[in-house]
Design a protein around this ligand. Structure first.
Ligand SMILES: Nc1nc2c(c(=O)[nH]1)N[C@H]1C(S)=C(S)[C@@H](COP(=O)(O)OP(=O)(O)OC[C@H]3O[C@@H](n4cnc5c(=O)[nH]c(N)nc54)[C@H](O)[C@@H]3O)O[C@H]1N2
Ligand SMILES: Nc1nc2c(c(=O)[nH]1)N[C@H]1C(S)=C(S)[C@@H](COP(=O)(O)OP(=O)(O)OC[C@H]3O[C@@H](n4cnc5c(=O)[nH]c(N)nc54)[C@H](O)[C@@H]3O)O[C@H]1N2
Ligand SMILES: [Mo]
Length: 758
């Protein structure tokens, strides 16, 4: 490890010229300055393609450019001029490639032809498409039971491909659908239905123009959904308070310059974003929310006593909700001392933000992985819903809950059938539409699928996009399990670790990317996606495919199905020729998609019906439910004085397991990702000097040693007891059994660890 200083605090506002420069650099690096810039103009436009980066929707206001620095990076690495084909794989054994960094693998370029693993030479060798599909069909048909196969989906997959994939897998006979969402917003999908009757957000983009207060909890907006910054800047200019609750003072949430604002750019001006920054302890959010409820209740008591307008929405509570009294009683009974101890915030600050909430006519609460990736992530979301219900913030302009989704179609994939726990009603519609009997037994989510691999119950793994093996907990254990499988298949645009950790047989199947033209027998095709606010829109690629040998994800699904199910009752071939026919089937299975092929031609697509926006509650009680939670902690205590809580987070220069560079400019970390960010007093207590080498070790009682070394400790603005470092490098520290109780989502933001000097 070199000794040069790699840490320099970033003192500029986020966005601005730094972002403009970074955008230009990445286009240059991938040699796509002209094609890439042209493609950027089509990104997120009605006749172009949807950005492959995040799921934030497009605003209604007209703007010439609707992209951001990180969207540009995502496009540049997809549109890169670099290619890897048979020569590349002939030159490197898989064992050699395993030694390379994720960054290096990513830099090699786009996959160009199907490859098969050859054990004799430890290399991937060319394999024609027919042989690849035959290998998949043979392996799947050889299983004793369909439940021995795991069918993973990552959230870039289009609605059309995901829908057909779910039909294929169910006709094959299993509900094993581990999905990236199981590591992400699953607490939203499983926690919110009991509250408000839908596992999705209720806010639409125009609500930001009407809201009177915004709360952003556990989400790094400027990095992970930068286009959302535009809404925040506009809201701040209207004087709307923005409360940020986060253990880290994320740069863009402090000060931001819109890279598309010529005046601010020219004058180096910027906008203050957080009007109040609450530096919560890791896992202290339920305590903050209860403190806000307590404040609201007290202010409402005072208003009632004084005869001034009530602050609770008593009419909404009476007409639309169930369970208010128990939740209110619990908030009143919780002591400020406990709230302060668990949250790490001062009572006065919680009272201040509670008052902002109490006096705002309409509020939006946004949240991300800082809420979901805890052992009580789903319950924390239910507490957010409780808070919103107290003021009738559902079905009111400018109010609502806003889970900020990750992958650009992660929500859509769930909507169209990627669900390991399908409802009987859905299965009945599927049966009526296709004429086969789908399995009703629930399948595996991510953690269960890894367990099945470890126990030898799984024999085949198929990955529709993504980088499963690198994104999951306990990666070293999972690597060994993966190697025992009969067949692993990676359907992908770029080479990644998931292709190198492989089964006895393995395939890499390269696909046409979202930004690329897809022509089939009936002519040019488009696909559809659902953004984080339930808008369904079309996406049409504009670039030439990276290689003439690529297939669309849809064709790959259909041909896997044909090879696996010779007696299938589904007309797979027709779907390859004409994607409209797939949309007709989606409309048949999902009433919300009625007239899909007509409505999708609206310039901005259409919005899926969202019952809570209409104060319609599809819950067991027929009401919105206040759901109690006993206690305050989002993660059970660990009895160890040395314990620190580790949050694994994304840098500004990565897309999940895709590393764009080793620099995290806004956090001031340069040329390395192997860092532990720590509170300076916690460092002093442990006699750890700034930038000194340290080892992180997980505290667990299962007898497994989980350790990552070669890290540097860096003093950083974090609460006592909190440390942070990068995902996926620190995934070996995350135990498979450390997950959200309701949804099974790995608790990647709250790993109990010990930091020791190396
Ligand atoms: N450029 C880029 N864009 C992306 C992605 C990417 O990797 N790169 N990934 C996409 C995906 S799949 C997703 S899910 C989203 C993820 O986007 P985010 O939800 O922003 O995810 P993270 O960066 O993992 O962490 C979010 C924040 O949680 C905070 N945090 C940690 N622990 C706690 C806690 O206990 N309480 C609170 N209140 N905060 C906490 C961290 O400080 C961090 O600021 O972004 C999507 N967009
Ligand atoms: N410790 C820790 N672990 C985490 C998280 C965390 O915060 N901390 N976050 C979790 C979250 S929120 C998520 S969503 C998961 C992400 O898990 P995944 O979604 O599985 O991972 P990605 O890194 O997004 O996948 C990248 C790969 O997708 C492929 N790809 C890209 N575009 C396309 C395409 O158009 N089609 C196809 N077929 N393939 C494509 C490329 O080969 C690329 O290498 O990780 C989770 N793991
Ligand atoms: Mo995600």
């Amino acid at each position: 490890m070199s000794d040069e200083v790699k840490f320099r605090p970033y003192t500029h506002p986020a966005g601005g010229w730094g972002a403009a420069k970074a955008t230009a650099r990445v286009l240059l690096e991938q040699s796509v300055v002209t094609t890439g810039s042209r493609a950027l103009l089509s990104m997120n436009h009605p006749h172009g393609f949807k950005c492959p980066s995040c799921a934030w929707p497009n605003p209604d206001r007209e703007k010439t450019l609707e992209f951001c620095e990180n969207g540009a990076k995502a496009l540049a690495v997809e549109a890169t001029k670099r290619r890897i084909g048979r020569d590349f794989f002939a030159a490197h054994t898989v064992t050699e490639l395993m030694e390379r960094s994720d960054y290096w693998l990513e830099q090699q370029g786009r996959l160009t032809e199907p490859m098969r693993y050859d054990a004799a030479t430890d290399r991937y060798v060319p394999c024609d498409w027919d042989a690849a599909f035959a290998m998949i069909g043979d392996a799947l048909r050889a299983l004793d039971h369909p439940d021995q196969a795991e069918f993973y989906t990552s959230g870039r997959t289009s609605n059309e491909a995901a829908f057909l994939y779910s039909v294929f897998v169910r006709e094959f006979g299993t509900n094993n659908f581990p999905d990236c969402s199981n590591m992400c917003h699953e607490p939203t999908s499983r926690g919110l239905p009991a509250s408000i009757g839908i596992g999705k957000g209720t806010v639409i983009i125009n609500d930001f123009a009407h809201t009177e207060a915004i709360f952003i909890i556990g989400q790094n907006t400027g990095t992970n959904s930068p286009r959302m910054m535009t809404e925040l800047v506009h809201a701040r200019k209207r004087g709307v308070p923005i409360v940020v609750i986060n253990p880290m003072p994320e740069r863009a949430l402090m000060r931001f310059t819109e890279p598309q604002d010529p005046v601010k750019m020219a004058t180096f001006g910027s906008t203050e974003i957080a009007s109040e920054f609450c530096q919560v302890r890791i896992g202290g959010d339920i305590a903050v929310i209860k403190g806000m409820m307590k404040t609201l209740l007290e202010l409402d008591d005072a208003a009632r006593a004084a005869g001034t307008p009530r602050l609770l929405d008593v009419d909404f509570i009476a007409a639309h909700t169930d369970g208010f009294d128990a939740v209110a009683q619990d908030a009143r009974a919780t002591s400020w001392a406990d709230i302060v101890a668990v949250s790490g915030l001062e009572e006065a600050q919680i009272r201040r933000i509670g008052a902002i909430y109490a006096h705002a006519g309409a509020s939006i609460v946004c949240y991300g992985m800082g809420i979901t990736q805890h052992q009580q992530g789903a319950r924390a979301i239910q507490q957010i819903a409780n808070l919103l219900m107290m003021k009738g913030n559902f079905g009111r302009a400018g109010g609502g809950i806003c889970p900020v989704r990750g992958h650009s179609n992660v929500q859509g994939d769930r909507t169209v059938g990627i669900d390991e726990k399908p409802t009987p009603a859905y299965l009945a519609r599927l049966q009526a539409a296709f004429g086969f009997t789908p399995p009703s037994e629930h399948g595996h989510h991510v953690v269960e699928s890894v367990k099945a691999m470890i126990d030898g119950r799984a024999r085949v793994f198929i990955g529709m996009g993504g980088n499963f093996i690198h994104a999951i907990p306990d990666t070293p254990i999972a690597y060994r399990a993966m190697a025992t499988l009969d067949l692993t298949v990676g359907i992908a645009t770029k080479l990644n670790r998931g292709h190198l950790v492989h089964g006895r047989q393995a395939l890499i199947l390269p696909v046409i990317a979202r930004s690329e033209i897809d022509i089939q027998a009936s002519g040019p095709q488009f696909v559809t996606l659902e953004d984080a606010m339930s808008n369904v829109g079309a996406s049409r690629g504009v670039l030439e495919p990276a290689s003439p040998h690529l297939l669309s994800e849809i064709e790959i699904v259909c041909r896997m199905a044909k090879a696996t199910l010779p007696h299938s009752v589904v007309p797979w071939g027709t779907y390859i020729d004409d994607y409209n026919l797939i949309r007709d089937k989606i409309a048949e299975v999902y009433p919300d998609f009625a007239d899909f092929n007509v409505r999708i031609h609206e310039p901005k697509g259409f919005h899926l019906y969202n019952p809570p926006r209409h104060r319609e509650w599809r819950t067991a009680t027929g009401k919105a439910n206040f759901l109690p939670f006993a206690g305050l902690a989002m993660d059970p205590p660990v009895d160890d004085a040395a314990m620190l809580r580790l949050a694994t987070v994304r840098s500004h220069d990565q897309y999940n397991t895709t590393i764009y560079s080793n620099t995290d400019r806004y956090r001031g970390v340069y040329d390395t990702r192997m860092v532990v960010l720590m509170n300076a007093d916690d460092m002093r207590d442990r006699a750890i000097a700034p930038e000194s080498p340290v080892v992180l070790e997980t505290l667990s009682d299962d007898g497994i040693v989980r350790r990552v070394g070669d890290l540097r400790a860096l003093p950083y603005s974090l609460p006592r007891g909190a440390v942070a470092g990068y995902y996926p490098e620190l995934n070996p520290l995350l135990p498979l059994d450390h997950f959200d109780e309701i949804s099974g989502t790995p608790a990647a933001k709250s790993i109990p660890v010990r930091v020791v000097a190396a």
